[in-house]
Ligand binder design. Structure first.
Ligand SMILES: [Zn+2]
Length: 239
């Protein structure tokens, strides 16, 4: 067990814009014939993107990028194949487990990065509804009843984005930002085959806070505008 100290917390504030219709559903894999698949809504009936879905996508991209860059990376979601089961010492966790946490038989560690649920910045008044055709498995064919409809928020919908990262090394931060950038192309949510889910993530502001900030002894550092852009470029990304 490692006792953690707050060295540095970085809060990334920005927007996720749907560039094509976006369907964030409940994640149920099977589609029943005749079903209307609606988007996920919170208790107030507002469509949103759960932070856990964003995190899952970003982690997957981080794994793919890290492997290509020559890092040894474990294989979630099976915890038997994750560093938490494969390693005995926390310092031996792969870079992806260092950032996003790990679970397993020997080590379990929380993520150093958290994603807040992304809520729309303006009220979503109209939804897109598309009709799809599901294969009827019993008959092995497509027939009239095999239609379903899928609901999506329209292209152009903007959501608030907030990512909070703690004590990341420069190397970890660069991989995290590269993974966020990569999610723009792989998309969020379901039905990416029909062009759904392409998003643009833009970071508007970064707040850097230390333990001294929380006890009122030091100002936070706020990055925005041109300073933010050049800081991001120094990490290898434009977002
Ligand atoms: Zn790992």
């Amino acid at each position: 067990m490692v006792f953690e100290k707050l060295e540095k917390r970085q809060i990334f504030v920005g927007e996720i814009t749907a560039e094509t219709p976006l369907h964030i559903g409940s994640g149920r894999p099977d589609i029943r014939i005749g079903e209307a698949i609606s988007v996920l809504r919170n208790v107030k009936g507002v469509p949103y993107i759960p932070g856990s879905s964003i995190k899952g996508k970003v982690r997957t991209e981080a794994e793919k990028i890290a492997r290509k860059l020559g890092y040894e990376v474990c294989n979630p979601p099976d915890t038997k194949k994750m560093c938490g089961s494969l390693k005995s010492d926390e310092k031996d966790l792969c870079i992806v487990c260092q950032i996003f946490g790990t679970a397993g038989e020997k080590i379990s560690r929380a993520s150093k990065v958290k994603f807040r649920d992304a809520l729309p910045l303006e009220e979503v008044k109209e939804f897109e509804v598309r009709t799809g055709i599901a294969l009827d498995r019993e008959r092995g064919s497509v027939h009239r009843k095999a239609l379903y409809t899928i609901e999506a928020v329209p292209a152009g919908t903007r959501f608030g984005f907030e990512m909070v990262a703690e004590n990341l090394t420069d190397e970890e931060l660069s991989l995290l930002l590269a993974a966020v950038k990569s999610v723009q192309d792989t998309g969020l949510g379901g039905s990416s085959t029909r062009g759904f889910g392409k998003v643009r993530v833009s970071i508007k502001r970064v707040h850097e806070r230390t333990a001294e900030f929380y006890v009122g002894k030091k100002e936070e550092r706020v990055l925005e505008g041109e300073e933010l852009a050049s800081w991001l470029r120094s990490k290898g990304v434009e977002l």
